[in-house]
Design a protein around this ligand. Structure first.
Ligand SMILES: [Zn+2]
Length: 89
């Protein structure tokens, strides 16, 4: 399997980390910065969580009601749909 070098556009093996022609790194930004990527994902999940909770001030009361009924999945799904609607608008 081959690909083109991002720097010099020469065809190289897709598995190599450095271009044999120009020496440019062929790894993506995310593989070069795994810690930053991990922190970024955690922050993103935190923001999504805050948005969902922020839009539903009575969510804690509803959670208590639903935890007894066992409808947890539909509860999360319902609130995710609300969050997505607000993001689109
Ligand atoms: Zn190259």
């Amino acid at each position: 399997m081959t690909k083109k070098c991002e720097s010099c556009r020469v065809g190289i093996d897709a598995k190599v980390e450095k271009c044999p022609n120009c020496g440019a790194s062929q790894r993506s930004w995310f593989t070069r910065h795994p810690i930053i990527t991990g922190i970024f994902i955690l922050i993103l999940l935190g923001i999504i969580g805050m948005v969902i909770v922020g839009m539903n001030p009575n969510s804690s009361n509803q959670l208590q009601t639903y935890s007894g009924g066992g409808g947890g999945n539909s509860f999360i799904q319902e609130h995710m749909e609300h969050a997505l609607q607000h993001l689109v608008l």
